[in-house]
Each structure stands twice: as structure tokens, then as C-alpha cells.
Design a protein around this ligand. Structure first.
Ligand code: F6R
Length: 600
């Protein structure tokens, strides 16, 4: 959460910073600011609100060739101009942007900075004040920066500038992402390569607790003890057009439409020349070696994990537990003798998942990360990675990553079954191809879902989704999508569980969306629909061909029963999208949220 951009070069920096911050708004968008430095001194602009508001405030007549910028998702202190970054030291000499959470914020404030009156409520300000205090002691900025980094506990990505030095940006990170972008006569700093793709596609990774000195013409990486580090740059393989909306009104709609091509790309990437599954042999062996898979994830990725459990257990006969990352960290269950931990994460940066990864690595357990960002923290730190190949997902509400995760999990499940010598009648690559075509036919019928969204969600304050088996997992995702972007209070329930309490909430006109794609529970879920209808609910059944009834609101074309989530989620995503649109919500940037959740 929070996005950082820094530039040092020979051109004016404002536009690079503002454009970069716009690309990073997915990481947080409650306040923003930039600081630029030139011979006249430091120029600071901060606003509560979005980058568009910041743009209006920035003084266009100020020219500068270095600066840092920040877009914020509040942790310490409400979104406000005072709490917006960059923050400055008491004298105004040092200016900093920070992403993450400083855990020993109170200790530093009370023990080292007691004489300094702080201007904001943020944990960030203590970092910049500490740098000034230590610089007063050592009279050496690099040393003060190093000593500060050594003292900090928690997560951080930091860029610092000194008003007395127009040639250096000081950079460091721990747990939070930060990259250095390399150019000819300029260098950059960014939370994500997406921010600076217009300038470069060459990047240097920074490792935790390294100190990086970024100059116009060189970048110097040092360990905390001062030892220099040599590192080869890498090329970011992101197509700049992937991060533009094109003709779409919202990234979310674009990303819903991208799902069929993403599934086809996954088929290609995981298929060898004989049309068999192609998978890293080490991943295959890890699955063969394990007696139990522990899936760890958050939010939408957790929902994909629930589907993954069914796929791996049903197809490969390997027991699977699925855990919410933030719960697992503090309530570790008994672990089997030969566990394999599977981290599912679109961003690969989710702090809750990373804290589990750190813990299980200490215990010596192997880890596989399934992610859309192969160079991400969770990917680097796990033993193995499977790539989702979904292309950048920009809308805060995850759509194409969810279906990509399910597709990769299906491939993994079948590969494990085949490696175990099991004879399956299920050809995952062929079945995924069929699912992709069905998804495409659904994205072509947007008006139908727009109509349903109007009918069911226009006026309501709340909504229920019900399903059983696989459908129960999908309705949990459906309700998350609806609530996060339309702010309608929505829950996804197991159909049979309603009568044990929740049915008390059903009133005249309460929308209840039921999903029925599983043969073994088709009659039971329809029974549950009758129960709520009898109590006044406004019901809407989405079923699948072969299980459909005349009164169903929509019938999905047939796909393999194990892959129904890939197709049944598409109407759910579109219903949420249109509900939010009709309520005039900010679809791509819902309130209080951020895309990459890098705080615990
Ligand atoms: C919801 C959504 C979130 C993420 C969750 C985990 O639409 O996007 O629930 O799924 O924050 O993020 P990743 O997958 O990046 O670990």
C-alpha cells in the first residue's frame, strides 16, 4: 500500500513523478504529494485526495531535475494534507516518502525524539526526524541514513532527499517493494515497474535492508555494514499498453473481458509440444513429496484457494487445508509431517501472506507461490513459483487474477494426479479451452447482466448470495465483489446454513442470488431458494445448462463440473460492476481500499 516514485536526471521531474504516481494510484489514493529540489530549494506540494487534485496544486513554473512523490493509503493518521507524504525534518533539510509501517515508532518517538514537536500523526515523520538528529551527530548524511535504517523495525520502502544535495536520492527497503529504474543520464525509484515504464524497462532489485545511493549517472548498492553489492539489472516484461484502459470506461471491465485470453495464454504457457502439461519438475516433485497442502491467501485469492482445495483433493487425492493468511500467522494449526505451503497472491506482496511465509521458512517447510508478479516478494522468497500470466491487474477489485489462479490450480492438480500415476478422464487443457470460450460468450452478453443488476441492486441496502459445494465458494467471491465496489452489504452463504440463523434477515424484497451449477446439490439449493422466497426474498437463480429450470434468470452454457467457478464468476463480476456503476461509485478505486496490501 502506498506508492513511491523518485527521479534524478536532466529533465524536469514533475511530470515523471505525477505520471508515475497515477500509475501507482492502485496502491492507495487517499492523499498524495511530491517534493522537488532545485537551486532555489525544496518545493513541496501535498493534497488530501487523488493525483488529479495534486496536479492542480503543483506549481508548473518550478523546474527541477530531481524529486520524490507518494500516493498514500493511510495507516497512522487520517487522510489529510498534514499526514500526506513527503514529510520533512524539523529544519526542513530532509524530505522523505515511505511505504509500510514502522513498528518501533513509539519507542523512537519517545526515546530519541522527545524534544521535537511532530507535525503529523504518521510513523513516517519519525524516520525523517531521526535522520536529522543522527546527521547532527555524525555530520554525514549517508551515515545518518544507514544508522536510521539499522534502528527501524517493521516494513518500509523509503526515498530520502537532502535539500543541500541535488545529486542523491537515498533509498532503502524492508518487506515493502521498491525498485531502482535505470536510464541513460537519469535513474528512478518506484514501488512498481509499472510507474516508470515510459522512461525505462531496465530495473535493479533492492534487497531488504540494503542502502542504495541513487545518482544521475550511477546507482550504488551497499549492505548495511557498508559492503558494496554488485547486481545485474533485469528487464521488466510489461507491455506499456497493458496498463492503459484503452477504450474501456474502467479497468475492471477491461480485465473482466481479458479473462478468456488469459485462460488461453495459461493453456499455452503450461502446454508442451505434445499437448501435455508442462510444469517445473521441482514443483511436481514438491507436490509428490507432500502429505498435505496448506493454501495461504487473502481475499479473492483465498476464494480461489477454496476452489483449489476441491480441485487438488478431487483430482489428485492430496489433502488440502485453506487458510486466511492473517489468521494463520497468529493461530497456526497442527502441521503435518511433510507439508507443502502454497501461497496464492495476485500481487505477490500481501504482507499477511508474507508473514506466514517468513514463519514457515523458519520452520524449514517448502513453499510454492502462485502469483501474477514473478519478481515479487512472495515469489522471490518461496522455493518455487507458478506464474499466472494474467498481465497487470489494475482495478482494485480482482477479476482476471481469480480465474487465472483457478486455471493454474486445475493444471497443478491434474499434473499431480498424472505424476502419481492416476488415470484421469479429465483433460484440463482442453476443458480450460472450453471454459475460455464460454467465458467469452458471457462477456458478450453484458446487457443481460446490466439489466439484472438494475433489477436486483438498484435500490437495495443489502443482498445475499447462496450456493452449495463449489458454488458456495463462488458466491463468497461474488459477495466480496459486490460489497467492495458498490458498498451494498452483501454476504455469500452456504445454502443449507441459512435456516440456522441468517434466514432471520430475509425481508420482503431482499435480493437473494442463488448459484446452481453442481448436480449433486441442485435440488437442495433450489429448496433453499424456495425457503427464502416464501419469506419474501426477491430471488434470482443463475444455473447451468442441464440443471436449469424455466424460471432461472440466466443459464450458463455447460462446462466441466470442476471448472464451473471459471464461468459462474463472470456474471457475478458483471453484476457487481453494473451495480457499482449505477450507484455512481468509483469502480476502479473503491473507498478505503488499495490494490496491494503491504501492511499486516
Ligand atoms: C478483492 C481483492 C483482494 C485481494 C487480496 C489479496 O477484489 O482484490 O481481496 O485478493 O487483498 O491480494 P493478493 O492476491 O495480491 O495477495
Amino acid at each position: 500500500m502506498c506508492g513511491i516514485v523518485g527521479y534524478i536526471g536532466n529533465n524536469d521531474t514533475k511530470e515523471v513523478l505525477l505520471d508515475g504516481l497515477e500509475k501507482l494510484e492502485y496502491r492507495g489514493y487517499d492523499s498524495a504529494g511530491i517534493a522537488t529540489l532545485n537551486a532555489d530549494g525544496l518545493h513541496l506540494s501535498k493534497v488530501k485526495g487523488r493525483i488529479a487534485t495534486l496536479r492542480e496544486k503543483v506549481n508548473n513554473s518550478v523546474q527541477s531535475t530531481m524529486g520524490i512523490g507518494h500516493t498514500r493509503w493511510a495507516t497512522h493518521g487520517a487522510p489529510s494534507e498534514e499526514n500526506a507524504h513527503p514529510h520533512q525534518s524539523a529544519s526542513g533539510r530532509f524530505t522523505i516518502v515511505h511505504n509500510g509501517v514502522i513498528e518501533n515508532f513509539y519507542e523512537i518517538r519517545d526515546e530519541v525524539l522527545s524534544g521535537i514537536s511532530l507535525k503529523s500523526e504518521t510513523d513516517t515523520e519519525i524516520v525523517v526526524q531521526l535522520i536529522e538528529v543522527l546527521n547532527n551527530k555524525y555530520n554525514n548524511v549517508a551515515e545518518a541514513f544507514r544508522q536510521t535504517i539499522a534502528l527501524l523495525k517493521g516494513s518500509y520502502a523509503i526515498a530520502l532527499i537532502d535539500a543541500q544535495d541535488q545529486d542523491t536520492i537515498y533509498v532503502a527497503k524492508n518487506k515493502s517493494p521498491l525498485l531502482v529504474g535505470l536510464g541513460d543520464g537519469f535513474n528512478l525509484v518506484a514501488s512498481d515497474a509499472m510507474a516508470t515504464l515510459k522512461q525505462t524497462d531496465r530495473y535493479l532489485e533492492i534487497h531488504d535492508k540494503e542502502i542504495v545511493i541513487v545518482n544521475r549517472d550511477y546507482v550504488e548498492i551497499q549492505k548495511l555494514d557498508g559492503i558494496a553489492v554488485e547486481r545485474e539489472p533485469f528487464t521488466a516484461e510489461i507491455d506499456a499498453t497493458d496498463i492503459e484502459k484503452g477504450t474501456y470506461p474502467h479497468f475492471m471491465l477491461k480485465e473482466i473481458d481479458e479473462q478468456p485470453p488469459v485462460i488461453r495464454r495459461i493453456i499455452q504457457e503450461y502446454q508442451d509440444e505434445n499437448d501435455n502439461i508442462k510444469l517445473d519438475p521441482e514443483v511436481r516433485q514438491a507436490l509428490l513429496n507432500t502429505d498435505r497442502v496448506y493454501i495461504i491467501a487473502a481475499g479473492t485469492s483465498y476464494h480461489a484457494g477454496l476452489v483449489g482445495k476441491q480441485l487438488i483433493e478431487k483430482l489428485a487425492n492430496v489433502p488440502v487445508e485453506v487458510h486466511i493468511a492473517s489468521e494463520f500467522s497468529y493461530n497456526m494449526p497442527l502441521i503435518s509431517e511433510k507439508p507443502l505451503f502454497v501461497f496464492i497472491s495476485q500481487s505477490g506482496e500481501t504482507a499477511d501472506s508474507r508473514s506466514v511465509l517468513v514463519r514457515i521458512k523458519e520452520l524449514g517447510h517448502p513453499a510454492l507461490t502462485i502469483t501474477n508478479v514473478p519478481g515479487s516478494t512472495l515469489s522471490r522468497e518461496a522455493n518455487y513459483t507458478l506464474h499466472l500470466h494474467a498481465g497487470p491487474e489494475i482495478a482494485v477489485a480482482s477479476t482476471k487474477a481469480y480465474t487465472a489462479q483457478i486455471a493454474v490450480l486445475a493444471i497443478l492438480a491434474v499434473d499431480t494426479a498424472q505424476a502419481k500415476g492416476m488415470n484421469l478422464s479429465f483433460d484440463p487443457l482442453q476443458e480450460l479451452g472450453i471454459a475460455a470460450s464460454v467465458m467469452e460468450s458471457l462477456t458478450d452478453q453484458k446487457e443481460e447482466f446490466e439489466q439484472l443488476a438494475k433489477e436486483y441492486f438498484q435500490e437495495t441496502r443489502n443482498a445475499f448470495y447462496i450456493g452449495r459445494g463449489m458454488d458456495y465458494f463462488v458466491v463468497q467471491e461474488a459477495s466480496l465483489k459486490l460489497k467492495e465496489i458498490s458498498y451494498i452489504q452483501a454476504e455469500g452463504f452456504a445454502g443449507g446454513e441459512l435456516k440456522h440463523g441468517t434466514i432471520a434477515l430475509i425481508e420482503e424484497g431482499t435480493p437473494v442470488i442463488a448459484l446452481s451449477t453442481q448436480e449433486n446439490v441442485n435440488y437442495s439449493i433450489r429448496g433453499n431458494v424456495q425457503e427464502v422466497a416464501a419469506r419474501g426474498a426477491k430471488t434470482c437463480v443463475i444455473s447451468i445448462k442441464g440443471l436449469d429450470q424455466e424460471t432461472d434468470a440466466f443459464v450458463l452454457p455447460h462446462v466441466h463440473e470442476l471448472l464451473t467457478p471459471l464461468v459462474s464468476v463472470v456474471p457475478m463480476q458483471l453484476l457487481a460492476y453494473y451495480a457499482a456503476l449505477h450507484r455512481e461509485c468509483d469502480v476502479d478505486k473503491p473507498r478505503n481500499l488499495a490494490k496491494s496490501v503491504t501492511v499486516e
